[in-house]
Design a protein around this ligand. Structure first.
Ligand code: PMP
Length: 449
């Protein structure tokens, strides 16, 4: 089919909520036809450097043949085994074992999902189950951060702190609460790390007090807030929050869907501060986008609570047809070996300083208000006036212009609705490719001034 008729057919049939349905139809889709290494090709023959790893997931780059081979071999041998009842398959068991080994200490039990939203949704359901089963049924309320993103299931979208995910959907629900994000660039206490951390801890304490600790089940957070526009909390924040949750007797859930698998440097961002949460959600980099898969990991303690509850001789209704899909598990095992034995994780760590230096060199650009980075995850907050930190109004205008100019310059990044640019290149990026990325980014900024 010719690309024009494909675009027409996309307009007529596919639903694109995040691109604002009718606005998308007017604009038309960019149809991607091929990926190799850091590059994507579209149906018009444009070659685009992907500075966003698809949707922060293709951490190993496109076209990794060993992953293709692992998927094909597993499809040939056993394409499906249900994890719903008491069946399991070898790749799924091996992957669970490997994840328990590699994740922060204590996270020993794994439940596989299809992606991040259902990992968060499963975490919420397991937490509710945990407090019911351990005789504390009033502990139902969950707290998360403003601007945090935790998926598009109703449960996950409700703890998400982005208005676009609530509006029209009757969210958040009565048990879903938010506290302000630890956002140094726009914090009322300025950007002093200690002050930002203290304020955030005080806000969590105040919220728990308002709801009553006996009613609060859990606090959810991303170690770096991705969809918020890559907000990097000060070093020490994660640990301080973890300790506060322990003290207040609420579970701490870390959402590592974006930050996991080397995105911020170590395999999991929690490791930077030596933090072990009670539960952790993962997806994206787990299979690097080559197959759908996510997981929720939990401590032995939480697992024992839900496994040994009073009614637990009866079936517990939580299961997905594709939980622990053997092809996705085979893909994940190969992706993990590319990160660790194949050197991709180390390569990402080596490229991160080059990315940061390149972004810092953009600091004198008239549009650049704030530069934020954690490993190979970065954000550039653009402003209309640097001294007043004034956002563009409406900010979507600048983000549309950025996307269009980026496309013209052969680069794909995320242009958030508030005028922030998000960058998350594959960890397999070479030094020369990073130079090209930074050059094209500057050209793009120069064009939209
Ligand atoms: N949590 C976080 C932190 C995410 O960034 C995302 C996706 N961007 C999700 C959950 C949801 O994952 P998925 O899109 O795979 O359902």
């Amino acid at each position: 089919m010719q690309s024009n008729s494909l675009i027409e057919s996309d307009r007529n049939h596919l639903i694109h909520p995040v691109s604002a349905y009718r606005a998308h139809e007017k604009r038309g889709a960019t149809i991607l036809t091929r990926g190799d290494g850091m590059y994507l090709t579209d149906s018009e023959g444009h070659r685009l450097l992907d500075a966003f790893a698809g949707l922060w997931c293709v951490n190993i780059g496109y076209g990794q043949e060993s992953v293709v081979a692992a998927a094909a071999e597993q499809m040939r041998q056993l394409p499906y085994a249900t994890g719903y009842f008491s069946f399991a398959s070898e790749p799924t068991i091996r992957l669970a074992e490997r994840l328990a080994e590699l994740s922060p200490p204590g996270l020993n039990r794994v439940y596989f999902t299809l992606g991040g939203s259902d990992a968060v949704d499963s975490a919420i359901r397991f937490i509710t189950h945990y407090f019911n089963a351990t005789g504390r049924p009033t502990k139902k309320h969950m707290i998360a951060l403003d601007k945090g993103y935790h998926g598009s299931s109703s449960n996950g979208a409700g703890i998400t702190g982005l208005p676009a995910f609530h509006r029209q959907f009757d969210l958040p629900r009565f048990w879903q609460h938010h506290i302000p994000a630890p956002y140094p660039y726009r914090s009322p206490v300025g950007d002093d790390p200690r002050a930002v951390i203290d304020l955030s801890v005080a806000q969590l304490r105040a919220k728990v007090e308002e709801i009553g600790a006996e009613n609060v089940a859990a606090f959810f957070a991303e170690p770096v807030q991705g969809s918020a526009g890559v907000i990097v909390p000060p070093r020490g924040w994660l640990k301080a929050i973890r300790e506060t949750c322990r003290e207040l007797d609420i579970l701490f859930v870390v959402d590592e869907v974006i930050t996991g698998f080397g995105r911020t440097g170590p395999l999991f961002a929690c490791e930077t501060e030596g933090v072990s949460p009670d539960l952790m959600t993962i997806a994206k980099g787990l299979t690097a986008g080559y197959a759908p898969m996510g997981a929720v990991l939990m401590s032995e303690d939480v697992y024992a609570g839900i496994a040994d509850g009073p009614d637990n001789h009866l079936p517990i209704g939580h299961g997905f047809t594709y939980s622990g899909h053997p092809v996705s598990a085979a893909v994940a095992l190969e992706v993990l070996s590319l990160y660790l034995q194949g050197g991709i994780l180390a390569n990402g760590q080596a490229r991160a300083p080059q990315l940061l230096a390149g972004l810092q060199a953009l600091g004198d650009h008239p549009l650049v208000g704030d530069i934020r980075a954690a490993g190979m995850l970065a954000g550039l907050e653009l402003v209309r006036d640097k001294a007043g930190k004034t956002r563009f109004d409406p900010a979507t205008q600048i983000s549309d212009r950025l996307t269009t100019a980026g496309y013209r310059n052969g680069i794909i990044f995320r242009a958030f609705a508030d005028g922030t640019i998000g960058l998350a290149p594959a960890l397999s990026c070479t030094e020369a490719e990073m130079d090209i990325l930074l050059t094209r980014l500057r050209q793009t900024l120069d064009e939209v001034v």
